[in-house]
Design a protein around this ligand. Structure first.
Ligand SMILES: *Cc1c(COP(=O)(O)O)cnc(C)c1O
Length: 363
């Protein structure tokens, strides 16, 4: 057992109380509490519409389905993300087109995007990894006048901003996750936000099997059951009240690592730009002796984990050659997460730093 885990979040008696009241009021499945949670979520991000889903993965899939994306269509996804982004595309029957990330930060390299766009491209999914904004204005100008939807995977970017505003609110659909290792959690859960009323209606229909009349159960389009539950929404409403203190805590963790890692040249913090409003979810670092450092810290009771592999290793996703993603491959080899999270004590950060200082890099 590690003494310090890579991620720590929290919930308290307030969540339990709200959950209890939901049960006594028989607010079990999706209903009034889910509406309240959606409204609070939309209001927080300054958008008119939010739609709750069972997970962030389901939020992505629902958005793609509501856009009518399917076999024969191409969807561009960065090679560096959690595999959920690519799997959501594959679930619709569409083809995943992988794009490399920037050399300095692991977000889609928009300057290399143009050649990926074909007459089959129906959507682009920029992934704002660890709160880092993808260059949205550049993607918008690349797709200008074409029938290409932009869906933001903002699962790691709740409450994170670029100079325009909140990430996830600058395209057709922004997808968020409420799983455990995200800013707030309801165990599982997700949210799609949009400014487009017509698209909002499509999302609502699609998440309930296209049902237009719940009394007669008549439907008018293809859909699925992506409903949320009032039980989880009651939990989520309380979690939302914890956001301001969490934002402060995440920034403090990041700043402390930044300060200390300046004296530890073999480990570099992968930057997140606090000055524009980006919010680092994880303490993501890189080191050219990654695997040695990871096992060294793990042996000392500090759980650190490598970042997930690059998407192009999936044998069922064609990529036109592994050497097409040099930046993504490098992040995959070199980067890992140091302990962080909304309930990670700052003292643990000091302990991690102390131990890192005792690591002897190979010459
Ligand atoms: C967490 C995450 C998802 C999926 O969210 P789930 O709620 O776990 O389904 C998708 N994309 C990214 C980038 C994520 O970090």
């Amino acid at each position: 057992m590690s003494k310090i885990s890579w991620w720590r979040t929290s919930f308290g008696p307030e969540e339990v109380e709200r959950l209890k009241s939901s049960v006594s009021l028989e607010h079990i499945s999706e209903g009034v509490v889910t509406r309240e949670f959606e409204e609070a979520f939309a209001q927080l991000l300054g958008v008119p519409y939010a739609v709750a889903t069972p997970s962030g993965s389901a939020a992505l899939l629902l958005s793609l389905m509501a856009l009518g994306i399917g076999p024969g269509d191409e969807v561009i996804v960065p090679d560096r993300t959690w595999i959920a982004t690519a799997h959501a595309v594959l679930m619709t029957g569409a083809t995943v087109i992988l794009a490399d990330v920037r050399p300095d930060i692991p977000v889609m390299d928009v300057s290399k995007l143009a050649p990926k766009i074909t007459n089959r491209t129906k959507a682009i999914i920029p992934v704002h990894l660890n709160g880092r904004g993808t260059e949205m204005a550049e993607i918008q100008s690349l797709t200008l006048g074409q029938d290409i939807a932009i869906i933001e995977d903002a699962c790691q970017a709740m409450c994170s901003r670029n100079l325009t505003g909140f990430l996830g609110t600058q395209s057709k659909a922004g997808c968020f996750s409420l799983s455990v290792s995200k800013l707030i959690s309801t165990g599982q859960g997700g949210m799609v936000v949009t400014r487009d009323e017509e698209f909002y209606r499509r999302l609502k229909l699609t998440k309930n099997h296209g049902v237009v009349d719940v009394f007669t159960d008549t439907w008018n389009q293809m859909g699925f059951n992506f409903k949320y539950t009032d039980l989880l929404a009651s939990f989520g409403l309380v979690q939302m009240s914890r956001i301001p203190e969490r934002i402060e805590h995440m920034k403090n963790i990041y700043s402390r690592y930044k300060e200390c890692l300046e004296d530890i040249p073999f480990v570099q913090l992968i930057p997140v730009d606090l000055t524009v409003g980006e919010l680092p979810l994880y303490a993501e670092v890189r080191c050219n002796q990654r695997d040695r450092v990871v096992s060294f810290l793990n042996q000392r009771g500090i759980q650190v984990r490598p970042v997930p592999p690059n998407i192009d290793i999936s044998p069922y996703i064609s990529h036109g050659g592994r050497d097409n993603f040099p930046n993504s491959e490098r992040f995959s080899r070199e980067s890992f997460y140091l302990p962080s999270g909304p309930a990670q004590p700052l003292g643990n950060i000091e302990f991690v730093i102390q131990n890192l200082k005792e690591f002897h890099p190979a010459p």
